[in-house]
Design a protein around this ligand. Sequence first.
Ligand code: UDX
Length: 452
Amino acid sequence: MDKKEHKPHCLILPYPSQGHINPLIQFSKRLAHKGITITFAVPQGVLVSSAVNADIAVETISDGYNAATRADADPQEYLASFKKAGTESTSRLIEELREGRGGAVDCVVYDAFLPWGLAVAKSKGLFGAAFFTQTSSVNAVYYSVFKGLLKVPVSERETVLPGLPPLGVADLPSFVVDPEKRPGMLELLVGQFEGVEDSHFVFVNSVYELEEEANEWMKKSMSVKTIGPAIPSIYLDKRLQHDTNYGLSMFKPDDTCMKWLQQRPPKSVIYVSFGSIAKLEEREMEELATALKLTGRHFLWVVRSSEASKLPANFAGGASGGKGLVVPWCSQLEVLAHDAVGCFVTHCGWNSTLEALSLGVPMVGVPWWSDQSTNAKFVADVWKVGVRACPDEEGVVGREELARCVECVMEGEEMRENARKWKELAKGAADEGGSSDRNIHEFVSTLMGGVK
Ligand code: UDX
């Protein structure tokens, strides 16, 4: 097909976890809205529901696993298998697509967890674009390790890196402090930068103005373009009815909580969620449950089915004092956008943090692992939209501490005011002509031009 008549076609390769699929599918929708054909490729059996527009096709590739074996896979073995099976099946898919819907693929947008996506793109003579699901500040830490500027494990009381505020040990991503706790994870995160300097584009699901200095520092080495917040447009502007759904889900949301929220007064509910991966200890669950009761406030707590057995006996069934609702999964954006929600007790996964920032909800940070400690540091000390709860000597956040933090955020006028400010900023970035919109537009124009 003649390049000029051909509508540009992007093949999107997410790492198959909810925290990676969400930002990539939202980004895909933005691209589709600007006239790009999208094929979204996920390993078989990952999704439980799919609600995307006709301009996005979901295809299957192989990671060498199936739904039953994937959950317990060793991370290193899984990645090695995905690299091999993924390279073969993605290359095959690109060939098949040439004759099928949307025609020849022009660009592979690959999750930075899957750096082999760039090799596939290059082997086919296509554009390659990396997509980072974590902040530029967190990327700057891992990139410093990649470049030998930061030695791990880090034990100094304070780490000073370009573009970042001074970071204490507890503020650094957990894997650079204690790489042995989850073998393979540091290699995966540092490995994101393998070959990235050769990527035509490097997308980051963040907002430029949230971390200007880290973005500028990263830009010196690679073509960083912030494109966030990657959330459906309707949450940023109620008039944008073309984009209302999350899109692709690995969990089934419980619908009862929206009705329940409807019956609560404005800013009265504590929303609690630890994302799609975190596994809390039984004691952590008990402290959390008791803290929620201690506050005497309404709460909505997401406890995934795989975690439910750790809840204190009968807690979900009424022992919460009738003030709370426990659900296995919810439509988090709808919840955060609801007027009844007053604060978010969060593990500070980057999607949850950016969603709360974009919807103006102040936070209590209870980081669990990975980049979450750095995100919590920014929430409390840089963006000042929340507090970070202090763990005790066993590393558990106790009931009194958590209840204190919740009160502080529920009553904190300054944090709420800051939250309103960041909400405006996030909307501005995504609006036409905003920093993220311009970056997306530039990418689309390059694809339309077709010249590498
Ligand atoms: C992981 C990492 O923890 C995170 O730090 C990293 O940046 C991306 O991958 P996860 O732990 O699942 O993700 O947390 P988070 O990044 O917050 O992503 C969870 C996603 O699931 C969010 O988009 C959130 O809106 C959604 N969610 C969560 C729901 O839709 N419903 C829920 O009940 C809970």
